[in-house]
Design a protein around this ligand. Structure first.
Ligand code: NAD
Ligand code: UDP
Length: 307
């Protein structure tokens, strides 16, 4: 297949490019490096099956030639980054998604959009099945991300209904691993880099809020399983092992050997209190489930940050 990966210079996008190339696909990554990093794909510079196009997908996606699949992963993803880039985030989730869908439509290509557990907002149903419609503050600070993703899902569903585009939606839950930008402010990157540097470990609020963290290798395997299937989704891909941020701090201390103290910082506005994927659908329809537990995943990620 010849596959376009928007956001291919980012954390998840670069791992996707690697996985597609490894199975023999040709990859065209499109990225404006607003939050991604060139180092993520520097090792692909001389790969004849890989091409990088530097462009903002909001302005169009300048890829020529036949295309078999379009994977739309461009978007700021960490809360500090999308709060710094509010309009850009809304535009890449709306106009960018439409451009990516048009590219798929013009080429008769398969389409996959990276949606998120954030479409469930601060969920009142736990764990979250795909049938839950969510609880999002439409004008809150996080809405620039949440509502852009919800709009992206709506546009994708409409392209499927209206133009018969073979379009799929994945709802990704918190994913971490090597190449997660050490400076992007997410909890895993913050805690691991703080622990390694011997700095205090920052916990927002009282640390009782929960998340469920999926190792990137598991996540990418799930994404490809969906891409290769006849399922349209939306489908949750995440690790259902749920923990509080206080438990995460303990695990980070354990895997890094850190004795850093914990410091509390104010809880960001609209921070979801709990989050855990119901992955029944992924198990039944894709035969997918995660294999790497948080201890092992954090160990591997800590090793990468050390290097
Ligand atoms: P990331 O910031 O590392 O990657 C996003 C990439 O998109 C970056 O390389 C960035 O430069 C690029 N980009 C942003 N706006 C662009 C634009 N207008 N034009 C071209 N490129 C643009 O983040 P990530 O964690 O790899 O996330 C990738 C995708 O997965 C995002 O769509 C995100 O919303 C989604 N997602 C990620 C997670 C997670 O836990 N990592 C969870 C849910 C959803
Ligand atoms: N968080 C924290 N310390 C940090 C960064 C984040 O306690 O240094 C909290 C944050 O408030 C949230 C959780 O960790 O409750 C996950 O945050 P992240 O930004 O990684 O992802 P998201 O909120 O999008 O799930």
């Amino acid at each position: 297949m010849r596959v376009v990966v928007t956001g291919g210079g980012g954390f998840l996008g670069s791992h996707l490019c690697d996985a597609l190339l490894a199975r023999g696909d040709e990859v065209v990554a499109v990225d404006n490096f607003s939050t991604g990093r060139r180092e993520n794909i520097a090792h692909l510079d001389r790969n004849q099956h890989f091409k990088l196009i530097e462009a903002d997908v909001v302005d169009g996606i300048p890829v020529d030639g036949a295309i078999d699949a379009v994977l739309h992963f461009a978007s700021p993803a960490s809360p500090p980054r999308y709060l710094e880039l509010p309009i850009e985030t809304l535009r890449v989730g709306s106009e960018g998604t439409r451009n990516a869908l048009e590219l798929a439509r013009m080429n008769g290509a398969r389409f996959l959009v990276a949606s998120t557990s954030e479409v469930y907002g601060d969920p009142s149903i736990h764990p979250q099945p795909e049938t839950y419609w969510g609880n999002v503050n439409p004008i809150g600070v996080r809405s620039v991300y949440d509502e852009a993703k919800r709009f992206g899902e709506a546009m994708t569903a409409a392209y499927r209904r209206t133009f018969n585009v073979d379009a799929k939606i994945v709802r990704i839950f918190n994913t971490y691993g090597p190449r997660l930008d050490p400076g992007d402010g997410r909890v895993v990157s913050n805690l691991l880099t703080q622990a390694i540097a011997g700095e205090p470990l920052t916990v927002y609020g009282d640390g009782s809020q929960t998340r469920s963290f999926c190792y990137v290798e598991d996540e990418v395997r799930g994404l490809l399983a969906l891409l290769d299937s006849e399922e349209a989704g939306p489908i949750n891909i995440g690790n259902p092992i749920e923990m509080t941020m206080l438990e995460l701090v303990e695990l980070v201390r354990e895997v890094t050997g850190s004795t850093s103290e914990m410091v509390h910082r104010p809880l960001p506005q609209d921070d979801p209190k709990q989050r855990k994927p119901d992955i029944t659908l992924a198990k039944e329809r894709l035969g997918w489930e995660p294999r790497i537990d948080p201890r092992e995943g954090l160990q591997r990620t800590a090793e990468w940050y050390r290097q």
